[in-house]
Design a protein around this ligand. Structure first.
Ligand code: C5P
Length: 218
């Protein structure tokens, strides 16, 4: 089978993870959640006790940890120095700090290098994040920019986390603002990305639409 790289970008709560994981399973592809990589580094930074706004100290933590990245769509597991962080990286503490860590240029350089190597090593891969089509995999076979209305994104996230809708909406707005305005590799739609608004679509419909796009491209 031929090499196939699918890049999925979009704001928080657009459905990227669910859609990308299901798409990868259907394609028999690897699945790379780059947001989980930034979250795992953030977990390590919080554990280390260094100041989140000390870029050099944050970068040092990122460089020194042993980050094991799982790319099996059935079990995309992340370990930091041998500790499984899958649950911890979804907690409020990490979610509240991740945008600051992801804004550190040296952290991005390290993780983008790692992401490119994982793409290179895979035969087929679905990779999701904020800068995949623009920075990590500009030569992807298909680029999808997944969106949904702010209200729908907050509704989905709060249902997932059993959290308050208003608080979730505020958190999403804060992270989107941070992610789209940071100096290094901000969230942006690649000029050659297919934009898909999932506000009124179910997961299966989004996955089917992406598969049609892939078929259309041969
Ligand atoms: O996708 P997820 O919500 O888990 O991403 C967590 C955070 O990681 C984002 O809010 C963003 O700050 C950062 N991120 C990034 N670049 C990526 C993926 C995630 O900056 N490619």
């Amino acid at each position: 089978s031929s090499r196939c790289v699918v890049a999925v970008d979009g704001p928080s709560g657009s459905g990227k993870s669910t859609v990308s994981r299901r798409l990868a399973t259907g394609l028999g592809a690897r699945y790379l959640d780059t947001g989980a990589m930034y979250r795992a580094v953030t977990w390590a930074v919080l554990r280390s006790g260094v100041d989140l706004h000390d870029a050099a100290a944050v970068a040092k933590v990122a460089a020194e940890i042993d980050l094991a990245v799982g790319t099996d769509p059935a079990a995309p597991t992340f370990d930091v120095d041998g500790t499984c962080v899958d649950v911890a990286i979804r907690g409020n503490e990490v979610t509240g700090a991740v945008s600051a860590v992801a804004a550190v240029a040296e952290v991005r350089r390290l993780l983008v290098d790692r992401q490119r190597a994982l793409v290179e090593a895979a035969d087929r891969i679905v990779i999701e994040g904020r800068d995949i089509g623009t920075v990590v995999a500009p030569d992807a076979d298909l680029k999808v920019y997944l969106t949904a209305s702010a209200a729908e994104r907050a509704r989905r996230r709060s249902a997932e986390n059993a959290a308050d809708v208003a608080a979730t909406a505020a958190d999403l707005a804060r992270r989107d603002q941070h992610d789209t305005t940071r100096a290094v590799d901000p969230l942006a739609q690649a000029s050659d990305a297919v934009e898909l608004d999932s506000t009124a679509l179910g997961i299966d419909e989004v996955v089917a639409t992406i598969r049609e796009q892939l078929l259309a491209r041969g």
